[in-house]
Design a protein around this ligand. Structure first.
Ligand code: ADP
Ligand code: 5GP
Length: 189
């Protein structure tokens, strides 16, 4: 199964994803490709596959991506090699991708893709989290905030919505949702 976490940037989906991955043995992270510059604590191959724009565009031409989007001026996408190797190994996959990418995966994988929307309590809290994270300058934060309102409107298209007010509540809630589907898929086998 494909579990897809989406949210406006700064909502906390990466923090939630890291914790949820530790909870399940048979869940791996789908490492996306991006042309965005690496942040200080990020590791190539673990957080993202950091590619040049030329390399990314070549992979699009070679049909090497399941889905891709241009977001805040950078390209982001899911590599076919990433999904193929997880499906081959019989592992479930966890995605941290944008709303459009999530809806593309739903169209491709229908019931095998579970879309979970991580909602910030409100837009003021979202801005505070982006500022507090300290990874983006004011222009980048403004772009992310501009997109957030549209993203929040897409939440009803998701299978589940989890409000990330308190991580002590939102992390177990996402684990509970994923656990239900995993148990269901085991019973079907
Ligand atoms: P995203 O991956 O959605 O862009 P992050 O996981 O990077 O978001 O979280 C953005 C910032 O907000 C980080 O500094 C993170 O530590 C913080 N954060 C995440 N969830 C919460 C929460 N429930 N309460 C307070 N801070 C949070
Ligand atoms: P960030 O730059 O904060 O890591 O990510 C910016 C946005 O790109 C986030 O909403 C993130 O979920 C999204 N994103 C990351 N990887 C992918 C991907 O493979 N496909 C799509 N469509 N979006 C992605």
């Amino acid at each position: 199964m494909l579990f897809v976490l989406s949210a406006p940037s700064g909502s906390g989906k990466t923090t939630i994803a890291r914790n949820v991955l530790r909870h399940f043995d048979d869940l791996s992270f789908s490492v996306s490709a991006t042309t965005r510059p690496k942040r200080p604590k990020e590791i190539d191959g673990r957080d993202y596959h950091f590619l040049s724009r030329d390399d990314f565009e070549r992979r699009i031409e070679e049909d090497g991506l399941v889905e891709w989007e241009e977001i805040y001026g950078n390209l982001y996408g899911t590599l076919k090699s990433e999904t193929d190797s997880a499906i081959g190994a019989g592992s479930h996959l966890l995605f941290d991708i944008d709303v459009k990418g999530a809806l593309s995966l739903k169209r491709l994988y229908s019931d095998d893709a579970v879309l979970i929307f991580i909602r910030p309590p409100d837009l003021d809290v979202l801005r505070e989290r982006l500022e507090h994270r300290g990874t983006d300058d004011e222009t980048v934060i403004a772009r992310r905030m501009q997109r957030a309102a549209w993203e929040l409107e897409q939440a009803p298209q998701f299978d589940h919505v989890v409000v990330n007010d308190d991580l002590a509540r939102s992390i177990p809630e996402v684990e509970r949702i994923i656990g239900i589907y995993m148990n269901g898929s085991k019973q079907q086998q």
